[in-house]
Design a protein around this ligand. Structure first.
Ligand SMILES: Cc1ncc(COP(=O)(O)O)c(C=O)c1O
Length: 457
């Protein structure tokens, strides 16, 4: 079997300009990257251009893009409707930003509410991170409790409460049914470990026991309803969790930043038929631009309504006294007209093209399964809608982070490096996301590329 070292040598021979740019980047950016997730060894590929399903790197290598910037680009790169929406906002409306309310804020909100019936009211943020952060503050404000439950292996953005047990080494992660909290960053405040309780995914009994112990202090359980955007829990687990959180007075927050408009047009909550109390959205809704949403039950969202003279920035006499009664939520770029216009244009296309896109995702999965089977490599391809991952394992069911860790990640990484030469791009071992631009020709190209790559193993 071909060694990883040979594949990395081949990679460096094909990407000399990326190596050069990476060397320069390291002199300006820590680790040469603007987000830690963008790094992989020996150095990441520097991209130069995107078009439809394709990326071209600075050395002129072309790849089908299955990273899609970690999911937002549901229409692929540079869709004409998105380009036109951006042009129109500038040309017809004259500005990028008003700093006042504008009609698109309501128009887009109504579109989101149509797809997510659990969302009665919503607020815009500038990222998924901000959306989950606001959802937690909303939960604290509405319950008067300050602990949260979060699941092992779930990611909710880069801040203290949730940077715990996202990708923990199994040796430190404790028992499966009662996971130990593992920090995911330097600089976390030690008291955070008292306020974030780590829960086991897809294990209702163990999870319910932990929730009962903390019910008096726990404001919310936050979760990715599909772990990492592609691991589908049982419907019994999801229904049971909704029931037990309701019974214990703990709010249920679905972080659908990955699954919104990907697991289905109505997200994972539409698939399971479950109404969470709050939902965080991001990625696809901004059509490739920074945006997030927190939505949910009216009585919870109204906590952020600036009534009762509570604007924190209003310095007139007497006004500030009520600020503590209202949930603070503000942001220079919230409800950015350019992003809303592009997001809305992209949503209208997605509504028409989502079903065929899921069908093509399924046919890609079936094709891959057959190619791996012919090679005698056991695989499981967990996923839903337009996202899946490739786990090299003979396990029939993948229900948790630990199941995924049990897969052969070393072989997967080698295959991903071999695929670069064949014109397939993903960050090694990452999940696959598709776009409307991943048409049948692209799927056929991908399957041929896989055949060539696997022939070397
Ligand atoms: C489930 C989930 N929540 C929150 C976030 C954070 O979103 P953003 O990167 O837009 O801040 C992400 C990002 O990958 C995510 O996948």
């Amino acid at each position: 079997m071909i060694a990883l070292e040979s594949l990395i040598l081949e990679y460096t021979e094909r990407t000399p300009k990326s190596a050069e740019l990476y060397g320069k980047a390291c002199r300006a950016l820590p680790g040469g990257v603007s987000a830690n997730i963008k790094f992989f060894e020996p150095y990441p590929i520097f991209m130069d251009r995107g078009e439809g399903a394709w990326l071209t790197d600075v050395d002129g290598n072309r790849y089908v893009d299955y990273l899609l910037s970690y999911g937002p680009l549901a229409l692929g790169h540079g869709h004409p409707a998105v380009k036109e929406a951006i042009r129109e906002q500038f040309n017809r409306h004259g500005s990028l930003l008003y700093g006042t309310p504008h009609a698109l804020e309501t128009e887009y909100a109504e579109k989101i509410k149509q797809h997510f019936p659990s969302i009665e009211l919503l607020r815009y943020t500038n990222s998924g991170t901000e959306a989950t952060l606001l959802s937690l503050r909303m939960a604290y404000a509405c319950t008067g409790k300050y602990k949260i439950g979060k699941f092992e292996g779930h990611y909710h953005g880069g801040y203290n409460q949730v940077l715990i047990s996202v990708n923990p080494p199994l040796a430190q992660a404790g028992e499966a049914g009662r996971p130990s909290p593992v920090p995911e960053s330097a600089g976390l405040e030690p008291h955070q470990f008292d306020n974030t309780v780590v829960l086991p995914f897809d294990d209702l009994e163990a999870c319910s026991d932990i929730l009962r112990e903390h019910k008096d202090d726990m404001a919310a359980v936050i979760m990715e309803p599909l772990l990492a955007g592609y691991i589908v829990p049982t419907a019994e687990f999801m229904r049971g969790l909704r029931k037990v959180t309701e019974e214990l007075g703990i709010l249920l927050v679905f972080d659908e930043v990955k699954t919104g408009f990907r697991a289905g047009l109505g997200g994972a909550q539409g698939y399971f038929g479950i109404r969470p109390d709050l939902t965080a959205l991001g990625k696809v809704i901004g059509a490739g631009m920074p945006m997030g949403i927190v939505g949910g039950k009216k009585e919870l969202l109204l906590k952020s309504a600036p009534i009762r003279g509570s604007d924190v920035f209003d310095m007139s006499a007497g006004k500030r006294s009520a600020a503590k009664d209202v949930l603070f939520h503000s942001g220079t770029y919230n409800g950015d007209p350019l992003i809303l216009r592009a997001g809305l244009a992209s949503m209208e296309i997605l509504e028409k093209e989502f079903e065929p896109m899921t069908t093509r995702t399924e046919s890609l999965k079936q094709g891959l399964k057959a190619i791996f089977a012919a090679k005698g490599i056991p695989v499981n391809l967990p996923g839903l809608g337009t996202v899946f991952n490739i786990a090299i394992t003979d396990k029939q069911t993948i229900g948790s982070y630990r199941d995924m860790q049990g897969a052969d990640l070393t072989l997967r990484k080698k295959i991903d490096f071999a695929l670069f030469r064949e014109g397939i791009y993903n960050k090694p071992t990452n999940r696959y996301s598709l776009s409307t631009a991943h048409d049948e020709t692209v799927i056929d190209f991908t399957l041929e590329a896989y055949k060539k790559a696997l022939a070397r193993f």
